[in-house]
Design a protein around this ligand. Structure first.
Ligand SMILES: [Ca+2]
Ligand SMILES: [Ca+2]
Ligand SMILES: [Ca+2]
Length: 395
């Protein structure tokens, strides 16, 4: 094993410095399994750098390391992963695997869950609290093909490829691995089944919030206080992550032993506001206010700024949809868009603005109620100010 660890360190240190992906293998302790002796699946350095995905129902198996039954891998980032409140949905890091939707069905997955521990120093470890404790999963949850929705485990959500590499891409967009694989999926919230659908704005993987870390007594065993409650770790950041196959002794005739395969681990990119976006950006607070000939208009729910999205995507959006959207922003025009609807029915009210105030600086793409003389007549109108076309567009 030692020579593999050294090789991983050598090839990782130069190319991965400053990248959002894990850059160093600290330990690889696989359990028994059918892939553990296979050199295509037992090289821990395959968990470093960017993941390699394909489709939600067809995983790419070219960049994985198997954990084996009950096995684990420990990785490090070169700089700390922070609990940044600007991270989308509060999610701070993403673990990529070869989980898949069986037949494309998000309610029926091939999942080989691994529990997730994080550590600021490689000594003190904390557990990302899962919705079903590892001890309760033994014997109670079908691993492998399963309809049981999981939260707080890795190997639950598929990894997709870069849009420009796919035969049938969701969007005609171009992304680097650093851009696509740092946008989190919305995690399953335990109630809203829509959150189980794949968010096409991201590259997939399972996203986690540092704030969900709790004190543990043993790996995967959360401590409880005198009242029986879990004890928050109150971590602000971490540098080390350990992923452990959650259920030991599980398997099937078809698939043999069931254990997680890990592809990569990434930090999440913080989101920016509609008005703060310049260059490539991730925006989570964007509500659709108008549908246009070549795309749509988005506005911040606090009405601080708006932008025009130019897209030929066939993905449907409606007025009132809240989106997570990524793309290149310049002069309040967003191109190369990828997006997903995260909720519906948001009512953005128009900002009142006299006709003379309708300028690029004040009103660009904003939903406004305006008044003044239009076509020789005093009118009160609603619409948006199209900065690109230099005029007011009535609703
Ligand atoms: Ca967080
Ligand atoms: Ca297992
Ligand atoms: Ca990999």
């Amino acid at each position: 094993m030692k020579h593999l660890l050294i090789a991983a360190l050598l090839c990782a240190s130069s190319s991965l410095f400053g990248s959002p992906f894990a850059s160093e293998v600290i330990d690889y302790s696989p359990g028994p399994g059918q892939f553990v002796k296979n050199r295509l699946y037992n090289d821990p350095s395959r968990a470093l750098g960017a993941p390699m995905g394909l489709y939600v129902d067809v995983p790419c198996n070219d960049s994985l390391v198997t954990l084996g039954d009950g096995g684990s891998i420990t990785l490090a980032f070169d700089t700390p992963v922070k609990d940044d409140p600007a991270n989308p949905y509060g999610m701070d890091f993403i673990v990529f695997s070869n989980a898949m939707f069986v037949g494309g069905d998000p309610y029926y997955r091939f999942q080989e869950p691994a529990f997730v521990e994080i550590s600021p120093d490689g000594e003190r470890w904390y557990l990302i609290l899962p919705n079903i404790l590892p001890a309760d999963m033994e014997g109670n949850v079908d691993t492998g093909n399963s309809e049981t929705p999981l939260r707080g485990y890795a190997e639950f959500t598929p990894t997709v490829g870069l849009p420009q590499d796919l035969e049938t891409p969701y969007f005609n967009a171009t992304r680097t691995a650093e851009q696509l694989y740092t946008v989190p999926e919305r995690p399953y919230d335990g109630e809203d089944d829509e959150s189980l659908e794949f968010d096409k704005v991201s590259g997939g993987g399972d996203a986690f919030d540092i704030a969900d870390a709790v004190v543990e007594t043993l790996p995967g065993v959360p401590a409880r206080d005198a009242g029986g409650n879990f004890i928050k770790a109150n971590l602000k950041e971490f540098k080390y992550i350990r992923l452990t196959d959650a259920v030991t002794g599980d398997g099937s005739q078809l698939f043999g032993e069931i254990s997680a395969e890990i592809d990569a681990v990434a930090k999440v990119s913080p989101a920016v506001s509609v008005g703060g976006a310049e260059g490539y950006g991730v925006i989570t607070e964007a509500v659709v206010t108008f549908i246009t000939e070549d795309g749509f208009i988005i506005e911040s729910p606090d009405r601080s700024a708006a932008a025009k999205v130019i897209t030929d995507s066939e993905e449907e959006v409606e007025v009132g949809d809240k989106l997570t959207i990524t793309g290149n922003v310049g002069n309040r025009i967003l191109t190369d868009a990828m997006f997903t609807v995260t909720s519906k029915g948001h009512d953005v009210k128009p900002v009142g603005m006299a006709k003379e105030k309708l300028t690029d600086a004040l009103a660009a793409y904003m939903y406004v109620r305006t008044w003044g003389v239009f076509d020789g007549e005093f009118k009160i109108l609603e619409g948006y100010y199209d900065k690109q076309k230099g005029g007011f567009i009535e609703k």
